[in-house]
Design a protein around this ligand. Sequence first.
Ligand code: AMP
Ligand code: MG
Length: 487
Amino acid sequence: MSTSPAWPFDNSYARLPARFHARLDPTPVAGPRLIKVNHALARELGLDPDWLETPQGVAVLAGNAVPEGAAPLAAAYAGHQFGHFTPQLGDGRAILLGEVVGPDGQRRDIQLKGSGPTPFSRRGDGRAALGPVLREYLVSEAMHALGIPTTRALAAVTTGEDVFRETALPGAVVTRVAASHIRVGTFQYFAARGDIEGIRILADHAIARHYPEAATAENPHLAFLEGVVARQAALVARWLLVGFIHGVMNTDNMAVSGETIDYGPCAFMDAYDPGAVFSSIDHAGRYAYGNQPRIAQWNLTRLAETLLPLLAPEEEPALEAAKQALAGFGPAFQDAYLGGLARKMGLSDQRDGDAELTQDLLTIMAEAGADFTLAFRALGDDAALRTLFADPAALDAWLPRWRARLEDDPQSPAERQAMMRAANPAFIPRNHQVEAVITAAVQREDFGPFEELLGVLARPYEDQPGAERFQLPPKAEERVLATFCGT
Ligand code: AMP
Ligand code: MG
């Protein structure tokens, strides 16, 4: 028997003016059952993972109890969804319990997703189905293990209630941990209302939490915009380097902290295809793999528009400052992307001709439909690499060019191999494997495959003897052609 321990709450978002949020508790569910507690993350947050697994802990994770010191709320935000602006979205099925400050001094949001209706639910039921909850858990934790800034998953529970989508599905709640849930769309919410004071309060709050160095800059709000631009450019570059496709890069799904957020119809690419699209609702390919840098910049432009009144008293200089900050995106992205590609290729510096050398490899991969992850992991092992190309002629012509370039690189072979292994994961959450995990859980209440895949994805850069099957791309009949929105 353990009594409810004190959570290290300090709820700064709840202290913002009332128009920033709606205060309400999660809606209790009929039959909470624990799927998983993330022990390592719980400890980082200063929470007791064993207590979270007790009935009282599970009650909190399901929204049936609220811990002492929480200040539950649904945040207001707006957003451009597939290019169309909605002035009010908000947390329609999520409740922020509060912010904890961990033993490391870091402040992080703890949010229940799938925790019942809120004033922002519009026509939705406020709930989440088990499949999307497991996908968010797996993919966000895999991204973290890959070293990519992301929200995390602290826990998942089933609710004992059905949710109705096309059919009845088991309901679930995921406990999400984030540096914050402040989105580009949160700024748009106040901008749409002409609430410049709201924008200022939000920007200052975001600066204090995520860009403290901006507070002392000559123009703090401009420094904030520059900071968000730089982090998003680096983030999207990291996505491309592992073949990640977010799927719904709406402005309400872009966090100003620079973390990847809102895992809905996301996917990792198998065969390399810059035009790859997975989301079943992305008919125009707006959020295709190769379009993500452009869309990030589009979203950042929407953020910049909301900040204009803070950047300068006059319109012209404000516009000029915003344009300059946005112009930083291209170089920052190129720098992170080309630097990352160089590491994937085992090059310790970048020289003239490298970008072309890399682009030629990508072109050959695209033409052959070679598996992106396997091909980079096999680079250096010609026999293994050749098996990924039905007709290896183009590859055979390219390899000597790469080898000649390596001759020029100062690293020792061992250093090079270590660099390449750290840049080229062996394991990514492949869509067909995520789907198989979801099917086992939803149809057979079997969470063994979830546990197993989660364990493998925790060490993506290591060879894991016995786990080779998780490296494999889908067979023709296993291929997942579309992923569905996380609703
Ligand atoms: P998403 O596509 O998950 O980013 O969600 C877009 C908006 O719809 C957000 O405001 C969500 O809170 C809301 N939403 C999504 N699913 C539901 C649901 N089942 N019930 C209520 N609101 C929802
Ligand atoms: Mg969202």
